[in-house]
Design a protein around this ligand. Structure first.
Ligand SMILES: C[S@@+](CC[C@H](N)C(=O)[O-])C[C@H]1O[C@@H](n2cnc3c(N)ncnc32)[C@H](O)[C@@H]1O
Length: 221
């Protein structure tokens, strides 16, 4: 279904070290991830997918698919590729595919900042709770823009730092701890939007006070 190109490894050892540490952290979460996080993450995942414009036959990339919390929210009429760094998280996702007969979903073990997909492969790219997990969110977005078709959809669910000064100060202080447990808390939404090169068409939170933003963007090339 997809032609893959050669994988390009990193030359920077710092990034490779961070990748190894992320793999270890998510190997640790894999068995308890749904129990710990589903109740917080699933409502926004479900909402974002419900409001995507998914046409029959569309190809969708689910970046950092994790345990596959998104799977049951997708319609059956599209084909989905989920990629993740963590073999243990992918194992949980594979079980969901098997238990629910989701034969329109395939999984690949791959680094989202340097994938093996050809240019312009996907109609839609979905990225939930991953932008602030990867070592370099801008390298991730460069790769997402490359593999997503021109004018394709990029839909992001993510935590960005608060615009409330007190909360922002707390987020800055706890950022080193957050990084140790698997994500950063200091990513600025406006900087992310301007540096990602996407045309953001909608951005909002599901509740007035929420930790996570939902962005619907177009991949202008
Ligand atoms: C917080 S979980 C989110 C999982 C899922 N998207 C969700 O919303 O429940 C972050 C996931 O991103 C994966 N991840 C982190 N860095 C990655 C990278 N560079 N490439 C692919 N997956 C990555 C982790 O292994 C983990 O499964």
């Amino acid at each position: 279904m997809f032609t893959l190109r050669d994988y390009k490894p990193y030359d920077e050892s710092g990034i490779q070290l961070e990748i190894e540490s992320i793999k270890k952290i998510y190997a640790g979460y894999s068995n308890v991830y749904d129990t710990l996080f589903k109740r917080f993450f699933y409502p926004r995942i479900k909402h974002a997918i419900t409001y995507m414009d998914i046409k029959p036959g569309d190809r969708i990339l689910d970046v950092g698919v994790g345990t596959g919390l998104s799977f049951l929210a997708f319609p059956k009429h599209c084909s989905i590729i989920g990629i993740d760094l963590s073999p243990e998280m992918l194992r949980q996702a594979r079980e969901k595919i098997r238990d629910n007969n989701l034969d329109n979903i395939k999984l690949l073990s791959m680094d989202a900042m340097s994938t093996a997909f050809q240019d312009d492969t996907f109609d839609t790219v979905f990225i939930s709770h991953v932008v602030s997990v990867v070592p370099d969110p801008y390298r991730l977005m460069e790769e997402v823009r490359r593999v997503c078709k021109k004018n394709g959809q990029v839909v992001i669910v993510n935590h960005f730092k608060s615009r409330n000064r007190v909360v922002e100060a707390v987020e800055k202080i706890i950022n080193p701890v957050c990084k140790r447990i698997g994500w950063r808390s200091d990513l600025c939404l406006n900087e992310f939007i301007s540096r990602s090169g996407l045309r953001v068409e909608k951005k909002y939170m599901l509740k007035k006070l929420d930790f996570w933003h939902i962005l619907f963007a177009k991949n202008i090339k």
